[in-house]
Design a protein around this ligand. Structure first.
Ligand code: LLP
Length: 421
């Protein structure tokens, strides 16, 4: 459920008509609902209610500091994957002891910053990373809490570009080698093993792959404890999928996911951490855009928008589907039209949807892409020298620009022409 609903034929974000935001900031823009963000966070919080837990929002999905502040105030920690994300989380007011640091390529510099600033744990992904972390911790005279990310060799049954838990993927340590690697960790100074980490992929629409992975992790907990390690925390990653269409998709609910966690690892007495991104932010955001032209092709009509692949890359990159809805609801019984929905960028990949059935549109009409909160703004770029689009946060009947649209001057001024030219 989200908080983008029609009232009297007009699409609203909570209690704000989107037309009002269009007037204030111009299109295109991203808009997020505070109520949806907190609602989704609370669903997870309640689903894990029976176990000690921390929900670390995967801020790679949506990293605006205002959004981080909303979630932090609701009690969230953060899952970060770079120094930039770490600094952003801290700037948004998240304390270090609620931040977990994931990623396969953490540099010594990044480790340094996180150890000095405070960190809950590093999710270590390789032996060489462990050696560097030990060295950095010793240099600073501190102890780095770690989990080791294991790769359970489970098929997440999702898009190949976002599956991470098979042995051919670059992530984690093969679970078959985990005991050796934990032994190595125990022998390295400056490290303290606190648990195990696993993340098998994103946009999972079934529980079975999670369950298979968590059962393997549960076995590993027993083995590692028998080997003398302290395993108090399980970071079970993110990945629970969301419905991208209103009709035929029904991925498992957070309550079902929570019950499965309880069933598979609940008996181990560990603190549970999860790293959801998409389920919290995905349906909490829209991308709002205006129709520039409706163009007649040979055998089809093109709806040319002022948003493009640089603003929302998911359709071009993953063939992802986003529902597209008008800001003014079509009259009941109005004849639908069919469009190839495209942006102005100069490549055919800049196509949001092909043959999409939707209400008939004309130049100047506004539409919204649904489910654009996750991996939307964060993956945008200035390709074709199109300035990054603004982000807006709605809270009940208020809204605020939380990232302004840069001026062309600002964008252009970032380049430097060397004096020898
Ligand atoms: N934890 C780790 C270690 C991850 O790598 C990810 C996502 C998450 C948590 C959060 O997963 P989520 O709950 O959001 O599924 N750009 C792609 C998705 C990439 C996901 C990368 N890792 C997309 O637009 O679909």
């Amino acid at each position: 459920m989200d908080h983008f609903l029609y009232r009297d034929g007009q699409l609203f974000a909570e209690d704000v008509p989107l037309a009002q935001i269009v007037e204030a900031v111009g299109t295109p823009f991203y808009v997020y609902s505070t109520a949806t963000l907190t609602r989704h966070f609370k669903l997870f919080d309640e689903a894990l209610g029976g176990m000690p837990h921390l929900i670390c929002f995967a801020m790679k999905s949506l990293s605006n500091q205002a959004v981080l502040r909303v979630l932090a105030q609701a009690g969230a920690g953060m899952d970060v994957v770079s120094e930039g994300e770490y600094r952003r989380a801290r700037a948004a007011g998240v304390s270090g002891d609620k931040i977990v640091f994931s990623g396969i390529g953490k540099t010594a510099g990044e480790m340094h910053v996180a150890l000095q600033g405070g960190i809950r744990q590093f999710n270590v992904e390789s032996e060489p990373e462990m050696v560097v972390l030990s060295r950095v911790a010793l240099e600073l005279g501190v102890v780095a809490p770690i989990t080791i990310r294991v790769n359970p060799d489970v098929d997440a049954k999702t898009h190949a570009k976002i599956a991470t838990g098979k042995s051919e993927n670059k992530f984690g340590i093969p679970i078959s080698r985990a005991r050796d690697v934990y032994k190595m960790a125990a022998g390295l100074k400056g490290l303290k093993v606190v648990g195990i980490d696993v993340h098998i992929g994103s946009q999972l629409t079934e529980l079975a792959p999670f369950e298979a992975a968590y059962l393997k992790v549960a076995d590993l907990v027993e083995e590692l404890r028998a080997d003398g390690h302290t395993i108090d925390r399980l970071d079970l990653g993110g990945g629970l999928g969301i419905p991208y269409t209103r009709s035929n998709e029904a991925p498992p609910l957070p309550t079902e996911y929570g019950a499965m966690i309880q069933r598979t690892v609940g008996h181990l007495g560990c603190e549970i951490e999860i790293e959801p991104g998409r389920l919290i932010s995905g349906n909490a955001g829209l991308l709002v855009s205006e129709v520039i032209y409706v163009k007649e092709g040979e055998d089809r009509e093109f709806l040319i928008l002022d948003a493009a692949m640089n603003d929302l890359i998911r359709p071009a990159m993953y063939d992802a589907h986003h529902d597209i809805v008008p800001l003014i609801e079509a009259a009941p019984g109005a004849e639908p039209a069919k469009y190839d929905v495209v942006g102005p960028v100069c490549e055919s990949g800049d196509t949001f949807a092909k043959g999409r059935e939707m209400p008939a549109m004309k130049a100047g009409d506004r539409i919204a892409f649904r489910s654009a909160g996750a991996y939307g703004a964060v993956m945008s770029s200035e390709y074709n020298s199109r300035p990054m689009i603004p982000e807006v946060l709605v809270h009940a009947d208020q809204f605020a620009v939380i990232r302004a649209r840069p001026t062309y001057e600002e964008m252009i001024a970032r380049d430097t022409i060397p004096e020898w030219l």
